[in-house]
Design a protein. Sequence first.
Length: 434
Amino acid sequence: MKRTTGALRVALLGHGTVGAETARALTGRAAELATRTGAPVELAGIAVRRPRELPGIDGSLVTTDAHGLVTRGDVDVVVELIGGIEPARSLVTAAMEAGASVVTANKALIAADGVELHRIARKQGVGLAYEAAVAGAVPVLRPLRQSLAGDRPLRVTGIVNGTTNFILDRMADSGGTFQGALHEAQRLGYAEADPTADVSGADAAAKMAILARIAFDTELPLEEVRFEGITHIGPSDVAHADANGCVIKLVGICDRTPDGVSARVHPMLVPRGHALAGVRGADNGILVEALAAGELMFHGAGAGGLATSSAVLGDLVELCRERVAGRGAAQAELSRVLPHGPRSQVAARHHISMFVTDEPGVLSRISAVFADRGVSLETVRQEGLGAEAELALVTHPATDAAITEVIAGLGELTCTREVIRSIRLLGTRKEPVG
């Protein structure tokens, strides 16, 4: 890459919430950005889907020809903020092949095609950065890639979806339903009109695939990240969590296992004393556990135009500095491909609740179901009497496969009227965490 001696030209794809904030910073903070990058930074153009006037933007900069914009010879950095796989993938690829570095906040694209896009960036000698793709304003990818490069990350545990965190928090605060909390999140702008990707856990799964790839320097296909959402969580689940000194959070986990690497996302009971229990509202929180550094907590705003544009601009400044210095940002090749642990063999403690008949011998029959499947019980508590009798059991660490067999066995007992819920408990590095 040749050293850039004149102004750095930036092309912006998309002018939504994050795009508008990024454009505002590029035009309103030009002097500050020039000082930080070492050269003037100019907005070369903004690609939108339909022709329209953009507040505060010279109309001559607005175009519907995104491909033409990213392949212009005078563009140094392309900032992709349109989301989705296509046309984002084609545009990002075309930009890098034309010699431009790329900043993106597109978690779906990076989770699905990050390895290939890094290969193209290495081949073309350009930069590819995507700090905003995982946790908004929270800087975690760069510390994993740079600050901990000489360490050995062991586990990354995080709340990486602000929508679900807000919903679960509102349910805990108000005692209300999932639907009620979701409607409030939509009204306040914390949830999309179609919240499926968030509440199903798919959004968090994409982010955990990226985190696993960076933390463990390995390729982890998105389809290997199992995920479960929060649509089945109700007021009684929240109340049970509270009674056990916990809160319910949608937690993503990726870690090294004896068999390689594992990543998953699901609702969990988080003890109130745990660092992630204090991540409230739409914030994100990520706990990194490394061999030498120990536990490192990253916490902050995980969504919103200002927060996400902060991470976008951080990446932009970094890539502009590299252009000024005449070098491409380092695009390290993955050093290995670790095996993916069997999905059914990840162990965790589980909290299982069920309605039972209130009669002698019930507990021994239920305990036998657990024992026959090799699952030991940590605590057993009965709540209510007669028709309202409910058992709440906490297991020692057990695999998903074993718990599935237990629940099937419980369903065959005449004394079990209904298995209400099974939810994992968040542990520590010293014990499995699900």
